[in-house]
Ligand binder design. Sequence first.
Ligand SMILES: NC(=O)c1ccc[n+]([C@@H]2O[C@H](COP(=O)([O-])OP(=O)(O)OC[C@H]3O[C@@H](n4cnc5c(N)ncnc54)[C@H](O)[C@@H]3O)[C@@H](O)[C@H]2O)c1
Ligand SMILES: O=C(O)[C@H](O)COP(=O)(O)O
Length: 525
Amino acid sequence: MERYKLLVSDPIAESGLNKLKEFFEVDYRPGLPKEELLNIIGDYSALVVRSETKVTKEVIEKAKNLKVIGRAGVGVDNIDVEEATRKGILVINAPEGNTIAACEHTIGLMLAISRKIPQAFSLLKQGKWERKSFIGNELYGKTLGLVGLGRIGSEVAKRAKSFKMRVIAYDPFISPEKAKELDVELYSDLHSLIKEADYISLHLPLTQETKNLIGKKELEMMKPTAYLINCARGGLVDEDALYEVLKEKKIAGAALDVFKNEPINPDNPLLTLDNVVLTPHLGASTQEAQEKVALIVAEDIIRFFKGEMVSHAVNLPIQISPDILPFVKLGEKLGKLLAQITNANPEELEIKICGDLAQKIETSLASAVVKGFLEPILGEDVNLINAMAMAKDRRLKIVEVRTEEMDTYRSSIRLRLKTEKGIIDVSGTVSRGQERVLAIQDYYLDLALSQYLLIAFHIDRPGIIGKVGTVLGKNNINIAAMQVGRKEIGKDAVMVLVIDNPVDEKVLKELREIENIKEVYYVCL
Ligand SMILES: NC(=O)c1ccc[n+]([C@@H]2O[C@H](COP(=O)([O-])OP(=O)(O)OC[C@H]3O[C@@H](n4cnc5c(N)ncnc54)[C@H](O)[C@@H]3O)[C@@H](O)[C@H]2O)c1
Ligand SMILES: O=C(O)[C@H](O)COP(=O)(O)O
């Protein structure tokens, strides 16, 4: 593997760093200032960050050689994933690496705020043996309202159960079965949960939709005895409104590990309150979690550069498992073939997944087909990550459909391209590990796909195959296989030739001059 340049701009565990050093030329620059990052990012093929480095649109624009961004942690809200996707840069994270650390920190925050542990310790350090001001609350028998029941939320639920808490949750993307398994009552509206909970704990990502999810209205709905715990992201809560309700003692307290702007200013008003416990984004800061996230990300980045499947892609719209890989390759090749026999502006590309395949695969194949289709036009700038965004930019509508209908083969892919001049379609299958084209423009064929093909639309006449063979022979082009598809004797037909070497324009011109040849396309897959 070529030794690419990799920049690590936040602190990561040594084990992960050493793993990366085995394969890359690593520059370890934790705490790299923004201006310097902008100046040097153009030199690197890979970037590894945690939550401190802000990988903005501006950074990505300067990252001319960047192929992958690895996030040693879960939240990718510090990365402009949309821009990375447009530029075809893969974003990888380490979602399960710090689940336990964040869960345990959440439990720690719940206990700390309930028993005022930091406040008591602070007075003790000042020599004050203060007992009467620190009457706390028990978790036992209380209702914990989880907002987000993913990895961390689920682990918090399990631990809360051992404290004999009642656990309720709001997560519109979680199935009732999963909640049942966890013995958690699933709520379908956030406000009902807020009104009932004694503790509200946030475990969801920060996105445009979830920003300020807990605003003034929600905070004022909380019980006066309730606590808010936030070990997810600061931006989920309206911090000014939170300060007001805490100051006016409208809620019992808040324990926060994360803030709208990090690091917080020393004059942040939250620091003046005594009904809060604040930690400086320590949720993932355990030896164990840091080792795990650094290694998970390092291994995935290495896999990526080796051309292997990655485990934790954030912006790859296709999940490639070994059993569907042959169909991913087929989809890409059919897309490529289609592009090279198209001579009119494309408007809509329909991808039909047929037969057993329609039931077998869960992932979309669209990005693979579209990558193949756009590659002959855009070259290497298009990849699986940005293919769909590029199609959208070009106003090419993509429709993916599944049908149980099958042709001769149990599974196949059919592509139908609507252009300004009409419809072009191709279909294919994978049989015994070989990609085969089954039809072009409704002419039935069955031919293994190879690197070089010639596709000649012609009128079915005696001697035409010989004439094509003569032109190719004269130009020293060997025919490895061929097939003719026709619907009626003497009418329109298609001839597909698998050839061993590329052909140039001169040969194509000679072929086009043969009588009864209507059009000839050279296809390179
Ligand atoms: N403080 C820390 O150091 C620390 C550590 C790890 C993770 N985190 C944060 O915690 C978040 C959760 O991590 P995770 O591993 O559990 O992620 P996850 O993806 O497993 O779970 C997130 C859950 O939130 C749910 N969700 C999404 N939008 C929602 C909405 N509008 N309302 C309710 N639920 C919604 C999702 O369905 C999902 O189940 C991360 O995104 C990250 O920002 C913080
Ligand atoms: O999203 C995460 O993984 C956590 O917030 C951890 O962030 P950190 O890697 O900066 O500690």
